[in-house]
Design a protein around this ligand. Structure first.
Ligand SMILES: [Zn+2]
Length: 676
């Protein structure tokens, strides 16, 4: 078979020949490329010369490039334009790819060569980027037990298997507990306050379950609708108690023992590898670096935001009192916050939308990138795409040097998953003196235009577009030697800096003036709307901050110390929450037993990073605000030290080079209106 995936991409810029690729091409192409990658690695391993950075690390880094190219295309399509054939192939190749990756990580001979180079690293005269690559590859083996003796290796594998099982059971239990509850409503009076969309969804849920009336569930959209809008307090209470009980009931789906086992095994695993705790193990590869630093960060933010959270809580209590609720409970919080917000800012999404025509917003993002980084975007209809909704651009810098191919894919369709994301079809790297430029894409799900009406975005969607565009800049402006350190390949408490930073421009008058014009009248968005957008985005920010901090503290309580002596999950959690508690505790509820982010999910010892990223972007944007939001010098510094550098050095080093100092929490508090 003449397989386009296995041939050189001969198009201009070597973009993927989407229209020639059929689903049937993927499996044989991936298998052939795995074989090729295995041969490339075998060449490194069987080389009898003394291991060097070039013949081992660099050779490994540039092995399997064809496989990377093909799997990037495949997995991107599986997210943005999938079908049953693609999904079937995904199921088939997942174990093949994981076997291939395991074979590399367990390759003893390969590790010994890398270790040799690592142990002799002082003598190689490596650049900082090379040193980072060496450390990263070495640690990747080390953190998976390559340095252990046979006995400990066997223990590690056993722990990994146990952990995988426990995590799976944790998720299954949460899912079962979520499914086992429903709020069945047959009296229309009980729907009071709920938005049309939520009622309609509940109706469909009832039809599906062959019931009369409406069924609300503990799935997030349904649960959230009741908690935010239901006028009936007893319904909110019922939902909240059921939600908080998940994994904490006396039944087969209880997660308490599982939590104690997971945390014990994670700690044991970390200690086997030479770390003090699981958090120490995780944070080694984070900007925050140590549990101590995370605790300092959380404590600092707590100290500064607690007085504001308490004040807001008082305001909320008084507001609720006027509405007839004397003892504010956890199930009243979201409801009264929303109500108070509405009474303060009559900000209608629909009134804003005409100012945010999709094409204008995209052009606005391009104009900002032009002002900051000198970039220009040229539409190119010749570039092959996977769907007619996809637009491709050539991207050039101020000297007309080609920087990247940029794809945008904005509208929902079957075969595309929900949400918004940035991805790449090809990384950037420098090899044999040639700078090979990246192919970057952003994918969203905005309202499609009709024959009579263009696509008009809500303000939230505008910030989403800016967010993904910020990630895209990180990819497009990449300028590193090694592909695995390029663009967004950075520590994950650093990766949201370029994206969240970009969102800031959407709130600025000077930036809005570039694109926020009414699609019919051409009028610029009124100042009063801009003010309201800003104010409402900060509404009750103290309480929201406290809530995020409480989750961060709980996560660290489970992962930064030994839990061997813990007997009661609830009592331990209560203690972790003590400093951040505003509402009375509900004895029959427990957060930990359904905290999927940190137990089965990848956020263990990482929940803090949500706030961490906000601190970073606020601190970085403050620098722009001081010098002017379109200041080319600051933008240049950001490009030179952050956007172009990917993961070539430690993020704190890169950040300090840009900012001149470590990030401070004050900028975030100022932006949130908590300090002046
Ligand atoms: Zn993001």
């Amino acid at each position: 078979m003449n397989n386009p995936l296995l041939q050189e991409f001969s198009s201009q810029f070597e973009t993927a020949p989407f229209s020639k690729i059929k689903a049937a091409h993927f499996e044989p192409a991936i298998k052939t490329s795995i074989q090729q990658a295995r041969e490339e690695i075998e060449l490194i391993v069987s080389n009898t010369a003394i291991p060097t950075f070039e013949n081992t690390l660099e050779a490994l880094e540039f092995s399997g490039q064809q496989l990377d190219r093909i799997t990037s295309i495949f997995f991107n399509l599986n997210s943005a334009e999938t079908n049953t054939a693609i999904q079937e192939i995904a199921r088939k190749i997942a174990p093949i790819l994981s076997d291939f990756n395991n074979d590399i990580i367990l390759n003893e001979k390969l590790f010994q060569k890398i270790k040799y180079v690592f142990d002799h690293r002082v003598q190689w005269n490596l650049t900082p980027e090379q040193e980072t690559l060496l450390t990263k590859k070495y640690k990747n083996f080390y953190r998976n037990g390559a340095n252990l003796n046979q006995k400990d290796k066997a223990i590690l594998r056993k722990i990994d298997t146990q952990l995988a099982d426990l995590k799976l059971n944790f998720s299954k239990n949460v899912l079962k507990e979520t499914q086992n509850f429903e709020l069945h409503i047959t009296d229309t009076k009980e729907l009071e306050g709920l938005p049309e969309g939520a009622i309609e969804a509940a109706k469909q849920e009832a039809v599906q379950k062959q019931k009369e009336g409406w069924v609300f569930t503990l799935d997030y959209p349904s649960y959230h609708a009741i908690m935010t809008y239901s006028k009936h307090r007893y319904l909110r209470e019922k939902m909240a108690r059921a939600y908080g009980k998940r994994g904490f009931q006396n039944n087969a789906y209880n997660n308490e023992k599982i939590i104690l086992s997971i945390t014990k095994l994670r700690n044991q695993r970390a200690q086997l590898l030479g770390y003090k705790s699981h958090a120490d193990f995780v944070l080694e590869e984070r900007m925050a670096e140590t549990p101590k630093k995370v605790f300092q960060f959380l404590d600092d933010l707590l100290e500064k935001s607690l007085p504001f959270a308490q004040k807001e809580f008082q305001i909320l209590k008084e507001f609720a009192q006027k509405e007839g609720v004397a003892d504010l409970q956890i199930w009243d919080g979201t409801y009264f916050t929303e109500k108070l917000k509405k009474s303060k800012f009559e900000l209608d999404d629909e009134a804003l939308k005409p100012y945010f025509k999709l094409e204008n917003v995209v052009q606005g993002a391009f104009d900002i990138a032009q002002k900051l980084y000198g970039l220009s975007f040229v539409k190119n209809r010749e570039i092959d795409t996977y769907h007619s909704d996809v637009t491709a651009y050539e991207v050039y810098d101020a000297n007309q040097k080609f920087m990247a191919v940029f794809y945008t894919d904005f509208f929902p369709r079957s075969g595309k998953r929900n949400g918004a994301w940035m991805t790449s079809y090809k990384n950037q790297w420098i090899k044999d003196g040639k700078n090979s430029r990246p192919h970057i894409s952003i994918v969203c799900n905005f309202t499609k235009p009709t024959r009579t009406k263009p696509s008009l975005l809500s303000f939230r969607e505008v910030t989403t577009l800016f967010h993904e565009f910020g990630h895209a800049l990180h990819g497009m402006l990449a300028n590193t030697t090694y592909p695995s350190l390029s663009g967004t390949n950075v520590y994950w408490d650093f990766v949201e800096l370029p994206s969240q930073l970009m969102e800031n421009w959407a709130y600025e008058k000077e930036a809005l003036a570039l694109f926020a014009t009414h699609y019919q009248t051409g009028d610029l968005i009124p100042q009063k709307y801009i003010d309201k957008i800003k104010e409402s985005s900060n509404f009750m920010e103290g309480m929201a901050t406290l809530r995020q901090l409480s989750f961060g503290f709980l996560d660290m309580a489970w992962h930064a110390k030994s839990t061997l002596a813990v007997s009661s999950v609830k009592a331990y959690e209560k203690k972790a929450f003590q400093k951040t508690q505003l509402y009375p505790d509900i004895e029959e509820n427990c957060m930990s037993t359904a905290f999927s982010h940190i137990f089965p999910g990848g956020y263990s010892a990482g929940y803090y990073s949500y706030k961490w990223a906000e601190v970073l972007d606020a601190d970085a944007f403050e620098y722009f605000k001081e010098k002017g939001i379109f200041n080319k010098e600051i933008a240049g510094k950001f490009q030179k030290n952050v956007l172009s550098q990917g993961g070539t050095e430690k993020p704190m080093t890169l950040y300090k080079r840009f900012r001149g100092k470590e990030p401070q929490v004050d900028a975030l508090l100022k932006r949130a209106g908590l300090i002046h």
